[in-house]
Design a protein around this ligand. Structure first.
Ligand code: NOJ
Length: 552
């Protein structure tokens, strides 16, 4: 398997609005991130993925960009950015940016021009269609709710938006538009950034563009549509001019297509797939389907083993906290289950990403009213639930369970009034559990989730088998345990994780018995026996990693 720096690296995702506020306006910023680089160094990560920091009216917190080559005033200046990049590099930390090229803001100059008249030279940078007998061109629904079509009275046409109406989609069929986007990409790469996380990239082609008439609302009409490969190849050629890493956000891409997208010659070095995380919505009914979850992850492992590379993640700014969804955030199990989830995904084959606060076992937020919620999709959902006759209480409970704001509450640095995030009321309510869950407390406790992550990172760096080794799932039919090996010529690692709240028994399969005799426990989240019993019972959320050296 080809060695690459980004295969050996561990990433850390920063949601700048919520990471650290250096100028006490209640909003995190670039100087705040710079201040905390030593903390990240201590954790041991190799690169940062920064959520969008470009100029934006903030309808979707930076995912609606009005100027790609300017920094949002809330976050600082371009000089602050350059300083952050330089200091991160000095510490040996790379930096990748979010690249949002499926859509812009409706406040972007190009869109303002595009909207000005039908014959404006920028008209075709976006997707405009005539309505049909006074109705939108199709009845497709946008990802954030409502129609994908927004009517413009002045030019009497509709424009397309996959997300909010303030996020008009680009028309990737327009050559000039593409060239403008590509030169913007080169501009950032010439600055010396180390790559991109590429937002919503599976949406850049739309079926609608070729189909003239009113279409039924079939999901996925603007997701991973055939023909997208041409755009992605062009984008890849731009990326290949540089030694960078790329990770595509690829909703709707299935494991069977993994190689095309994230194979050695794929469009991206790796992608964020949605199949395992897509299962979280079931949590509302409290029936986390462990077998389905394992299957989704293992499918991606097998699909790319020896052929490409995975991006590994359990959290990001779009999903609730993993310990509240897949683990158990009660006092008894929070730390144990946070560690179990950490070990479970960290030693899979791929590049692990840690989302800010995940290394503390930060939990979901008990929002008390809809006024406390910021994200537009949750407000929309709340309205829809109320329109459907749900009580305030029920609507809020549903929103609370799934809102993206669960993971966007400010980072908990200390037990101060605003958790050391800021000296003033933050833009989003602080989780009251900052009292006990915070960086200061974590650093003072050698058994904390933070130090567990630090150990995972160190182990991964020490052993090539944990990076490049092949993957094999053991006991795939087990209903509670996720068990797998990573193997190369130097060592075999056996990872056993109980993903459930009940004790779970196992029996090591026959073909592994010989290995089990030489197995050494290298990490666990309980005080466990040092050897590997052939049959044993793991405690709730118990996780163990054993090492078997091939030399002896
Ligand atoms: C995916 C991003 O992760 C999400 O936060 C954003 O709202 C949409 N893409 C639209 O850009």
């Amino acid at each position: 398997m080809k060695k690459k720096w980004w295969k050996e690296a561990v990433g850390y995702q920063i949601y700048p609005r919520s990471f650290k506020d250096s100028n006490n306006d209640g909003i995190g910023d670039l100087n705040g991130i710079r201040e905390k680089l030593p903390y990240l160094k201590k954790l041991g990560i190799d690169f940062i993925w920064l959520n969008p920091v470009y100029q934006s009216p903030n309808v979707d917190n930076g995912y609606d960009i009005s100027d790609y080559q300017a920094i949002m005033a809330d976050f600082g200046t371009m000089a602050d950015f350059d300083l952050l990049l330089a200091e991160a590099h000095k510490l040996g930390i790379k930096l990748i940016m979010d690249l949002v090229v499926n859509h812009s803001s409706d406040q972007h100059e190009w869109f303002k021009e595009s909207k000005a008249s039908k014959d404006n030279p920028y008209r075709d940078y976006y997707i405009w269609k005539d309505g049909i007998q006074g109705e939108p061109p199709s009845d497709w629904q946008a990802i954030f709710g409502g129609s994908v079509w927004e009517y413009d009275e002045k030019t009497e046409q509709y424009y397309f938006h996959a997300f909010a109406k303030e996020q008009p989609d680009f028309n990737w069929e327009n050559e000039q538009l593409k060239e403008r986007l590509f030169s913007m990409i080169r501009w950032w790469l010439d600055k010396g950034i180390d790559g991109f996380r590429v937002d919503a990239i599976s949406h850049i082609r739309k079926d609608a563009h070729h189909l003239p008439a009113l279409l039924e609302n079939v999901p996925g009409r603007y997701q991973n549509i055939p023909g997208i490969e041409h755009y992605l190849e062009e984008l890849k050629q731009v990326f290949e001019e540089y030694d960078i890493m790329t990770v595509g956000e690829a909703s709707g891409v299935k494991a069977v297509e993994a190689e095309q997208w994230a194979g050695d010659d794929g469009y991206f070095n790796m992608i964020f797939e949605f199949e395992h995380i897509g299962l979280w919505k079931q949590e509302q009914e409290k029936n986390f389907d462990i077998k389905a979850f394992k299957k989704a992850l293992s499918n991606w492992q097998y699909a790319l083993d020896g052929k490409g590379w995975n991006a590994l993640y359990m959290e990001n700014h779009d999903v609730p906290r993993s310990v509240s969804v897949f683990g158990n955030d009660s006092e008894e199990y929070r730390e144990i289950s946070a560690k179990a989830l950490a070990m479970m995904y960290f030693f899979l084959q791929g590049t692990p990403f840690i989302y800010q606060g995940q290394e503390l076992g930060m939990t979901n937020m008990p929002f008390e009213s809809i006024e406390e919620i910021n994200t537009l999709d949750s407000k929309q959902l709340y309205r829809e639930l109320q329109d459907a006759g749900k009580s305030e209480e029920t609507a809020l409970a549903t929103v609370n369970a799934i809102t993206r704001d669960n993971s966007r509450t400010p980072m908990q640095w200390s037990n101060d009034q605003y958790a050391g995030f800021s000296n003033t009321e933050p833009w989003l309510r602080m989780n009251p559990n900052k009292q006990t869950i915070n960086v200061e407390a974590a650093l003072a406790d050698s058994d904390s989730v933070f130090y567990f992550y630090q150990k995972l990172i160190r182990l991964r760096k020490q052993h090539s088998a944990l990076v490049y080794g092949s993957f094999e799932e053991i006991l795939p039919e087990h209903e509670q345990l996720y068990v797998y090996t990573r193997r190369n010529e130097e060592a075999v690692f056996l990872v056993l994780v109980n993903l459930s709240e009940q004790p779970a028994s196992y029996q090591i399969p026959k073909h592994m018995k010989q290995l089990s005799e030489k197995a050494q426990l290298v990490l666990s989240n309980y005080q466990a026996a040092q050897d590997l019993p052939l049959t044993d019972t793991l405690a709730p959320f118990e996780a163990r990693t054993y090492q078997i050296d091939m030399g002896n």
